[in-house]
Design a protein around this ligand. Structure first.
Ligand SMILES: *Cc1c(COP(=O)(O)O)cnc(C)c1O
Length: 429
């Protein structure tokens, strides 16, 4: 494959955009090479500016769960666009999507829309602090909750990829209120509660972590966190920006049967347009402005184009009774297929998967927290990434990221992917 035009565009972007990209993981800093510039995407495929096509296993980092440019979502956006892009006034559509989500997700009465997952998590934490009148929060190493100050402490995703999970610019004052624990380590959380009695507002967690690669909660970890929160008067916040409407319609709350006090959303609920949201019971959500005193706002919050794209996406999922069954089956086929091939080639690895989220880690036998994710052989992943890329298969460009399977990926794409894997020069890995 040739990447001439991508190369030229990257050189030019580099002059005008910091690092050439508007979000750090898009650059191939971890895997090496020049980032590929895309120009179009449809269904399971993306096409780059040099006319190479790829089967897409990122799907915009999760939002494109139906595959790209679904015809009904496209039609809905076009129709809304005819009536205006944004009004800065309430619209009926906002209530329609709020009602739809509240009726379909467990344990929430009200939902507030924002424009990104970052905003959703930042606002949820402020609300938790305002509601409990406490300052401290617990987060887990390797979890990513967007780039607001409180969360850039041992953060995952790009922060982990670039090896500086603590960002300069976060003040010591802010950092001291973020307490850290190891994912899946309930004793550490107990210790934190013991040493900070009456001071912890909330635990925030990715109920299935996706930003240190895919890491699953083990041994009733989520249930135990629920119990600790109850005993200590703290709120449990599920960051379902990735898992919401991906693992199930009711997200991780439904899959694991654990109630969260606040839930944040993003990615899938925008159907590819910029949307985030946070939701909870009335008694908590009533503390938000304008009804309550905790301030939060947004010029483009509830933007009609974004709401229409999101609602149409959610309705399409809802109307397909076998949606999750099918997409999970696709991911399972990929998981088992890759596992079989790597075993045949004697390559030690572990595949972590929940539903349609998965990651492959090399030269390690299990990954249940950030330290183990970091111990995996990432240079081998980088090699794996490039071998797939040059054969028209697009993975996230970092071993600390999750692959997102879309409903547009079918037997043809799976066979092509496994075929490429079988032909690998494993001596290079
Ligand atoms: C992507 C992500 C975010 C941040 O969302 P943005 O829309 O990128 O701001 C927050 N939490 C989780 C779990 C995410 O995966």
């Amino acid at each position: 494959m040739k990447y001439e035009r991508s190369s030229a565009l990257f050189d030019e972007a580099y002059r005008y955009i910091p690092g050439g990209v508007n979000s750090p993981v898009r650059v191939f800093k971890s895997v090496g090479g020049v980032p590929v510039f895309m120009k179009s995407a449809k269904g399971a495929y993306m096409k780059d500016v040099d006319d190479n096509t790829y089967i897409d296993y990122i799907n915009s980092w999760g939002p494109a769960i139906l595959g790209h440019t679904h015809p009904e979502v496209l039609e809905a956006i076009k129709k809304q666009a005819e009536n205006g892009f944004s009004y800065g006034t309430p619209t009926e559509l906002e209530t329609e999507i709020a009602k739809f989500i509240v009726e379909n997700v467990p344990n929430i009465d009200q939902i507030r829309m924002v424009s990104s997952g970052t905003e959703a998590c930042m606002s949820a934490i402020r609300l938790a602090r305002g509601y409990t009148q406490r300052d401290k929060i617990i987060k887990f190493e390797g979890c990513y909750h967007g780039h607001s100050d409180s969360f850039l402490i041992k953060a995952g995703s790009g922060a982990a990829t670039f090896g500086n999970p603590n960002s300069p610019g976060v003040t010591a004052g802010t950092a001291k209120d973020t307490l850290l624990a190891r994912y899946n380590d309930v004793e550490q959380v107990e210790d934190l509660f013991r040493h900070n009695q009456g001071e912890i507002a909330a635990i925030i967690i990715e109920p299935v972590a996706g930003n240190m690669g895919c890491v699953l909660p083990q041994n009733d970890f989520l249930q135990k966190l629920r119990k600790l929160c109850d005993e200590n008067g703290a709120l449990l916040i599920f960051d379902e920006v990735m898992t919401g409407f991906r693992l199930a319609f009711g997200g991780a709350q439904e899959v694991y049967g654990v109630k969260a006090d606040l839930v944040t959303f993003g990615k899938v609920i925008g159907g590819g347009l910029p949307v985030g949201a946070f939701a909870g019971r009335n008694e908590i959500m009533d503390h938000l402005a304008p009804k309550g005193a905790v301030y939060q706002a947004g010029t483009l919050s509830g933007n009609p184009l974004a709401m229409r794209a999101g609602l149409t996406t959610l309705q399409l999922i809802k109307n397909d009774a076998n949606f999750y069954q099918n997409i999970n089956k696709t991911a399972e086929t990929l998981d088992f297929g890759i596992g079989k091939i790597l075993n045949e080639k004697n390559i030690q690895h572990v595949i972590n998967r929940k539903g349609s989220m998965m990651s492959v880690f090399f030269h390690i036998s299990s990954v249940s927290n950030f330290d183990e994710a970091a111990e995996a052989n990432h240079s081998l992943f980088n090699n794996f990434f490039h071998q797939l890329l040059k054969n028209g298969i697009y993975l996230p460009p970092s071993g600390y990221e999750t692959w997102f399977i879309s409903d547009a990926i079918k037997q043809t794409e799976l066979e092509k992917t496994l075929e490429v894997l079988r032909k690998f020069e494993y001596s290079n890995l």
